[in-house]
Write a protein that binds this ligand. Structure first.
Ligand code: ZN
Length: 276
């Protein structure tokens, strides 16, 4: 067989490469308003690529080393057996109430980084989250990768989501999370200009990709650590399936669940503790 023909056959039958690095965030989570914009940067900004906890730590250390300290909350106090569960991308018409039920049953608080255009569609779910004693954070209005936008658009994204949340629950958020953990100096300054502290994460079990309940559970449990901020998503059945076990396990290990505002009081310590 001719080598080129063989190559063509092998290529045709090789397994599909996993999606990425420009995989669209998740099916069902696209903002039509943004999709319809023709600008190239809006199209690129719609593609969410997650930074790993290691990449986030490395970026923070690199900035600190260059004297370019950016106030981001990656981890709470190392000396406290605290964990923060954070749920991005909601509210979701099917999953949010189920998630709230689990948290109520377990009697623990969580932080919801909500997307403005989803909150606009399901305002009653934002009210339910707030009524459940959870913290509402800002995950931008359109769910876009902020480093792809000019600084003024970053501000617009955060401000529009803040305005909406304030309208719904009477309180402006104090915390935000840039989609994908994608940030630079302008993104952090844009958040600060809107009164927002940027929150990242120590653990990402990758639940958005639906890797299976076993993977989500094992990835989360093996990485539990003091001050851990766990990135999960509102809108994934597998997350709901495995959440009670994760919570029970962490409780047995002596962890207390808190919202990120409790952890942010340690932000100054995080500034000096980045190397740990
Ligand atoms: Zn997101």
């Amino acid at each position: 067989m001719r080598p080129l023909l063989l190559l063509a056959i092998l290529t045709a039958f090789s397994p599909q490469k996993p999606p990425g690095p420009t995989v669209v965030h998740r099916k069902g989570l696209t903002n039509k308003m943004v999709e319809d914009r023709l600008d190239k940067y809006w199209q690129r900004a719609q593609q969410e690529v997650y930074k790993s906890p290691e990449e986030l730590q490395a970026q923070a250390k690199r900035d600190a080393r260059r004297g370019n300290y950016l106030p981001v909350l990656i981890r709470g106090d190392h000396s406290k057996k605290w964990l923060a569960l954070t749920f991005d991308d909601g509210p979701h018409p099917i999953y949010t109430l189920k998630l709230l039920d689990i948290l109520k049953r377990e009697k623990i608080p969580a932080t919801f980084f909500v997307v403005g255009f989803m909150a606009e569609q399901y305002p009653q779910l934002i009210a339910a989250e707030a009524a459940g004693g959870h913290l509402i954070g800002n995950h931008t209005f359109s769910h876009v990768m902020l480093t792809h936008l000019p600084p003024r658009e970053v501000q617009t994204e955060y401000r529009a989501c803040n305005d909406l949340i304030e309208k719904l629950i009477g309180k402006r958020p104090a915390f935000c999370r840039p989609p994908g953990g994608d940030y630079d100096r302008d993104v952090i300054l844009g958040a600060e200009a809107n009164g927002l502290t940027t929150v990242l994460w120590t653990d990402d079990p990758g639940d958005y990709a639906q890797p299976g309940t076993h993977v989500i559970e094992q990835d989360t449990l093996k990485n539990l650590s003091n001050g851990g901020i766990i990135l999960l998503h509102d809108g994934v059945q597998q997350t709901l399936d495995v959440l009670p076990q994760i919570i029970e396990y962490a409780k047995k290990k002596g962890y207390t669940f808190v919202t990120v505002d409790a952890m942010s009081k340690e932000l100054l310590q995080a500034r000096t503790g980045l190397g740990r």
